[in-house]
Design a protein around this ligand. Structure first.
Ligand code: NAP
Length: 242
């Protein structure tokens, strides 16, 4: 794909990996729309040359408004990054977990973006060639003990990605998966394990995006996907140590 002169929507674009991805794509001469909730971060992004959409992916009304804004103001949209995400670490067997933690993880990581995608397929279908790129996680390939709900939401996103890829195979829309390794962002604040800088991650991902690889990730994650598939006990051991 040609990574210039595209119209790109990035959910979860107000911080972390989405923001660095957005900056890189903006610098390359694309129109970039960042979607998020944080008003201050959205205002900063406007100053930096982005377009923005304020939207809580837990609200169907917000999602419908976001899709309407795209239909009305960005009819040339040809790239959608479903990248927003939250991860709460807790023991699922504890009976004191606030139940809204479960619904927020599921709604943000899968349901909201699934609805947004559905509403944007008509716009994306008008492009000569378009892309949907879904951010998943290694935990979608094998779950982590203290992140069972997050892992399940990412496994669902992986399945949605594959399903949509085949459903859209005769359309102009290509569907790709982006699997970040542990990356140094607000999401991983306070975690002591080795983290990749988001700038270094995005620098590795961009050439893969240009080649339209089905899975965009780093070599270590490709290895983990094989381990999770062939040797689940080993995958469990690896995740238990991190
Ligand atoms: N960091 C890692 O180690 C890692 C590893 C594997 C996968 N990932 C995945 O990579 C993606 C980006 O994560 P990150 O590390 O960059 O996290 P981050 O810095 O915490 O950013 C999360 C983004 O999601 C947005 N968001 C959260 N809840 C939302 C909601 N209800 N509605 C709309 N937007 C919402 C946030 O925007 P607002 O606060 O403005 O709403 C923010 O822009 C996520 O899908 C994550 O699961 C991350």
């Amino acid at each position: 794909m040609n990574l210039t002169h595209n119209t790109i929507l990035i959910t979860g674009g107000t911080s972390g990996i989405g923001l660095i991805l957005g900056k890189t794509l903006l610098d390359r001469g694309n129109t970039v729309i960042l979607l998020g909730r944080n008003k201050n971060k959205l205002a900063e992004a406007e100053k930096a040359g982005f377009h923005t959409i304020s939207c809580d992916l837990n609200s169907q009304e917000d999602i419908e408004n976001a899709a309407l804004q795209i239909h009305n103001h960005f009819p040339n949209l040809n790239m959608l990054f479903n990248n927003a995400g939250v991860q709460y670490n807790y023991d699922f067997t504890e009976n004191v977990i606030p139940l809204d933690k479960i619904t927020r993880e599921i709604n943000t990581n899968i349901t909201g973006q699934l609805i947004l995608t559905q509403l944007l397929i008509p716009v994306l279908s008008n492009a000569e060639k378009a892309f949907i790129i879904n951010t998943t996680s290694g935990l979608g390939a094998f779950p982590k003990n203290d992140g069972i709900v997050y892992s399940a939401s990412k496994a669902a996103m992986r399945s949605f990605t594959t399903g949509l890829r085949y459903r859209l195979k005769d359309s102009p829309i290509r569907v790709l998966e982006f699997i970040p390794p542990v990356t140094d962002t607000e999401m991983t604040e306070g975690r002591s394990e080795a983290k990749m800088a988001p700038e270094a991650l995005v620098a590795q991902i961009i050439p893969q995006l240009e080649k339209e690889r089905k899975i965009l990730t780093i070599p270590k994650m490709r290895m983990f996907l094989w381990i999770a598939f062939l040797f689940p006990s080993l995958a469990h051991k690896i995740l238990s140590k991190s």
